[in-house]
Design a protein around this ligand. Sequence first.
Ligand SMILES: O=C(O)CCC(=O)C(=O)O
Length: 272
Amino acid sequence: MDVTPLGSVIGARVEGIDFDAPLDDATLAGLSKALLEHQVLVMRAPDLAPGQHLTIADQFGDTEVHAFFPNLGEGFERVSVLDSEQGNVASMWHSDETFLPEPPLGTLLSARIIPAVGGDTCWASTTASYEALSPNMKRYLDGAMALHDLSRTSELAYNTGNGTAESYANALLSTRRFEHPVVRTHPETGAKALFVNPVYTRALKGVAPDESRAVLEHLYAHATGARFQYRHRWQVGDLVMWDNRCTMHCVMRDFVGRRVMHRVSILGDTPR
Ligand SMILES: O=C(O)CCC(=O)C(=O)O
């Protein structure tokens, strides 16, 4: 397996893996190590069928049925489909499903249909952005908690006519709302990472709304700076895996035409 860095703090290309069969132990260990080191891995798996996609993801841990994305249906509920023609383009910075008590550990995303130009995905390293904070800000955030829920996406959907009053109300159920530390410690590397994002994080706990808004806006602007990013130009058949515990990502909504991705997420643990 060859691992070549693609960005200065995040991203690597991994070549030499045969995805036609389940991964052997050495390959699995090599990929896991590369993921911890580079946070986002870009691979080629042009003939990846949904069943193989699931088999590979299952080797990293149990996989989930996504909280709200459509999926491939019976037997393949754990393969979500992001089809731009159904309005599913994740074009705001986020870490996956942080409104859950145990957000996913990581995700494997397979490019099925890619527009001729545009539709790149950017990932940002939240360990690198945490490291670059001032000592004063690190002290301020130490022990801080934030509330994550689905109210922002539901409100946007409702306001634009893409959601019902019922879906808006359902988004506020307690199973879709959780408090997490603003700075989490990666359970495997021990590195500290910022763990707030503009899609699901709604407020810092225990501070005035103005202060919460100002601090979160500052953190989002800081954490999505170009120096922390890797930007991927997709080809059909690319398979990208990311560590959701120390990254955020965002699709560039700068394309015309259709864009279809299949995704499988691996269950994670409680952020601490
Ligand atoms: O479509 C993409 O490139 C990113 C998908 C995404 O944001 C997600 O799966 O959470």
